[in-house]
Design a protein around this ligand. Sequence first.
Ligand SMILES: [Zn+2]
Length: 55
Amino acid sequence: MTTSCPECAADVSFADRPQLSEVVECGDCHSELEVMTLDPLNLVLAPQVEEDWGE
Ligand SMILES: [Zn+2]
């Protein structure tokens, strides 16, 4: 199963059946991509996780 990266338009392929909200990494631009819809398969850039929780 293959779709295209929303960031760089490279093909992103899934070895297994993709799951909703699954996060995959684009092999080309290394963006984190989240599965938004399954039919058709559509990816969006995953939100950046802020790591500075400390306060
Ligand atoms: Zn990409």
